[in-house]
Design a protein around this ligand. Structure first.
Ligand code: SHN
Ligand code: NAI
Length: 166
C-alpha cells in the first residue's frame, strides 16, 4: 500500500453502518467538505443529529449495491462482516473502498493521524496492530507539539514569496 493524502472536498462518500466506527470515519470527511450518505437501519444519536441538521444524508435501511455505484469512496463499517465483504466485492475496480472489519479487504486503510496546522502525520501498521499505530501517534504528538504549526506556516509563507519572485 502507498500513502496518499486525498482531497475529499465535494466528493461523494457512502458509509454503510451508523455506529461508533462509522461516525469516527464520517467526522473528518465532513470537515473536509465531502458529501456524505449514511445507510444503516439504525444510527447513533450523533449521526441522527447531523442528518436532522441536513449536514449529511441518512437512509434508515440496509445497504444495497445501487447505493454506492457512483461513490468516490465507500466505507463498509457495519457490524456484519458478510455485508462489509459484499461491499468490497460489488464495488467497481475504480472505486475507493475501506472495510473497517477486515484489513485484507478493500483498497484503502485508515491510519492513525493528527494535524498541526498544515503538517499532517499519519501512521499505519497495515492491519498488524491499530493499537500500536495509536500509541505511536501519541508519542509523535508529544514530539511535534502545537508550536510546530506556526513554524510550518512561516515556511509556507517564505516559500510562497520565493515562488512569486521567480
Ligand atoms: C484495517 C483498519 C481499518 C481501516 O482501515 O478502516 C483497522 C481494522 C481493525 N481495527 C480493529 C480494532 C481496533 N482498532 C482500534 C483503533 C484504531 N484503528 C484504526 C485503524 C484501523 N483499524 C485500520 C488499520 C490501521 C493500522 O493497521 O494501523 C485507527 C488507527 C484509525 C481509526 O480507526 O480512526 C484507530 C486508532 C485511532 C487513534 O489514533 O486514536 C482499536 C483501539 C481503540 O479503538 O482504541 C481497536 C481494538 C484493539 C485492537 O484490536 O487492536 C479491528 C478488530 C475489530 C474486531 O475485533 O471486531 C479491525 C479489523 C481487522 O483487524 O481486520
Ligand atoms: N478502528 C477500526 O477500524 C475498528 C473497526 N471495527 C469494526 O467496525 C465494525 C463496526 O463497529 P461499530 O461502529 O462499533 O458497530 P456498531 O454495532 O455500533 O454499529 C453497526 C452499524 O451497522 C449497521 N448495520 C447492520 N447491518 C447493516 C446493513 N446490512 N446495512 C447497513 N448498515 C447495517 C447497524 O444498523 C449499526 O448502525 C465492527 O464490527 C468491527 O468489525 C471495530 C473496532 C475498531
Amino acid at each position: 500500500m502507498l500513502p496518499f493524502f486525498v482531497r475529499m472536498t465535494g466528493k461523494k462518500v457512502v458509509i454503510a453502518g451508523g455506529g461508533r466506527i462509522a461516525y469516527r470515519r464520517l467526522l473528518p470527511l465532513l470537515h473536509e467538505g465531502a458529501y456524505i450518505t449514511v445507510i444503516s437501519p439504525e444510527a447513533i444519536d450523533a449521526i441522527v443529529h447531523l442528518a436532522e441538521q441536513k449536514r449529511i444524508t441518512w437512509h434508515p435501511r440496509p445497504i444495497e449495491p445501487t447505493d454506492y455505484s457512483d461513490a468516490f469512496l465507500i466505507i463498509a463499517a457495519t457490524n456484519d462482516p458478510h455485508v462489509n465483504e459484499q461491499i468490497a466485492t460489488y464495488a467497481a475496480p475504480n472505486q475507493l473502498v475501506n472495510v473497517a472489519s477486515n484489513h485484507l479487504l478493500g483498497n484503502v486503510h485508515v491510519p492513525a493521524s493528527f494535524s498541526r496546522g498544515k503538517l499532517q502525520i499519519a501512521i499505519t501498521t497495515g492491519g498488524a496492530s491499530p493499537a500500536l499505530a495509536k500509541e505511536i501517534k501519541k508519542q509523535l504528538e508529544q514530539i511535534f507539539d502545537e508550536s510546530i504549526a506556526e513554524h510550518v506556516e512561516q515556511l509556507y509563507k517564505q516559500r510562497q514569496k520565493q515562488k512569486e519572485e521567480h
